[in-house]
Design a binder for this molecule. Structure first.
Ligand SMILES: Cc1ncc(COP(=O)(O)O)c(C=O)c1O
Length: 378
């Protein structure tokens, strides 16, 4: 049996006529940059995220960047975030000359541990970027409390978490800004790169809008130095068309995650499962933790099961951040996660039979490891 980590062709086949007609409409209009399709998409994402404003941008990475730019964060400023994330989170901070200040994760959820934030705040700290990793929101109440007390801006990196909830509140709607990615592998993916900033603060929305278009308002009159961070109409039309399916796709991801949970629990094997502590985890990834992770991954590959390691090297140990002066051992929970995590196929079209096959392959491998360990001790 073959179980890829993700198969977008199945999704496209199921909604082909809707996507094709959305694309055809944009081609007929020949209106490719911003315009009504982007505005329609922005209204839909704002509503979906319980936010008042949404600004379409060129990617999730650029969404983070423009929020930091809108706050005039730059050289010497410090921004608190997690070292266990995709590079874009720390990269956006660093590109502006600001300094990422890392705070270790809670090993149960893989999200930033709010209890360790306070000690990292200095007079230069300007913002906190919690990342809602794998589709589960970070522990936002204590983060917002700290931010309020210390006058910090909160930018939610919700690139992996559109539609997820924390105490009934949608991702992107709790912080000062929320950032989404429409990279094809996300739960709501476009046909290239795309992103969105959401906020309920009209001044912040306006600033982001201006920065997205080279800082100009009106056209050719530049208030600030921005960039070309626009979302294009083709991507916007695809995102809008797909949005009506997102909740049913999410429900199928959640069902697959439940099946994994049940089968792994029944197997009695040494596999740690992700702890779900929020009310709506959207499972952009279903990630297990196992010792001998690389061997497990190689075995699953032989069995035709696609997996991925998100992420093998935490940010504080990346070569480009050597100048920040971190060393191995600084963030033990992130480092252990980097050695042990493995994402299994959880996309909506994965069948129950395929999930069973993945777990039986895992069982086959881990029980053979266990019996060879028993033999060595005998
Ligand atoms: C946590 C996180 N932040 C930011 C990004 C950046 O998004 P994009 O790939 O759309 O630039 C991603 C996506 O890969 C991500 O997973």
């Amino acid at each position: 049996m073959n179980v890829p980590l993700l198969d977008l062709k199945q999704q496209y086949a199921s909604i082909k006529s809707e996507i094709d007609s959305a694309i055809a409409e944009v081609l007929e209009s020949q209106h490719f940059i911003l315009g009504p399709k982007v505005e329609q998409c922005e209204r839909a994402i704002a509503a979906y995220s319980s936010c008042v404003h949404a600004v379409g941008v060129s990617s999730g990475s650029d969404a983070l960047l423009v929020c930091l730019m809108a706050e005039d964060i730059g050289a010497g400023d410090e921004v608190i975030t997690t070292p266990y994330t995709f590079f874009a989170t720390a990269g956006a901070i660093s590109r502006l000359g600001a300094i990422p200040k890392f705070v270790d994760i809670d090993p149960a959820t893989y999200n930033i541990d709010p209890e360790q934030i306070e000690e990292k705040i200095t007079p230069r700290t300007r913002a906190i970027i919690p990342v809602h990793l794998y589709g589960q929101m970070a522990d936002m109440d204590p983060i917002m409390q700290i931010a309020k007390e210390r006058g910090l801006v909160v930018i939610e990196d919700a690139a992996q978490a559109i539609g997820s909830e924390y105490n009934g509140r949608r991702s992107g709607s709790i912080g000062d800004y929320g950032c989404f990615s429409f990279f094809p592998s996300k739960n709501l993916g476009c046909a290239g790169d795309g992103g969105m900033v959401v906020t309920s603060d009209p001044k912040r929305a306006e600033k982001v809008r201006v920065i997205r278009a080279h800082g100009s308002k009106p056209k050719y009159y530049h208030k600030v130095v921005g960039g070309n961070f626009r979302l294009d109409a083709l991507q916007a039309a695809i995102i809008t068309a797909k949005l009506s399916h997102l909740d049913s796709w999410t429900a199928r991801r959640q069902k697959n995650a439940k099946t994994y949970d049940r089968l792994i629990a029944e197997s009695n094997l040494p596999i740690q499962r992700p702890k779900v502590v929020t009310n709506r985890h959207i499972f952009n990834q279903y990630v297990i933790r196992v010792a001998d992770r690389d061997k497990v991954q190689a075995f699953l590959r032989e069995k035709g099961v696609g997996t991925e390691v998100y992420y093998p090297v935490p940010m504080h140990l990346q070569e480009c951040f050597v100048h920040l002066g971190y060393k191995k051992g600084d963030f033990p929970a992130s480092e252990t996660a980097a050695n042990e995590t493995l994402a299994l196929p959880v996309y909506p079209e994965v069948s129950e039979e395929q999930v069973e096959y993945v777990v039986s392959s895992l069982t086959e491998f881990l029980s053979s490891l266990r019996s060879s360990a028993v033999m060595m001790h005998a």
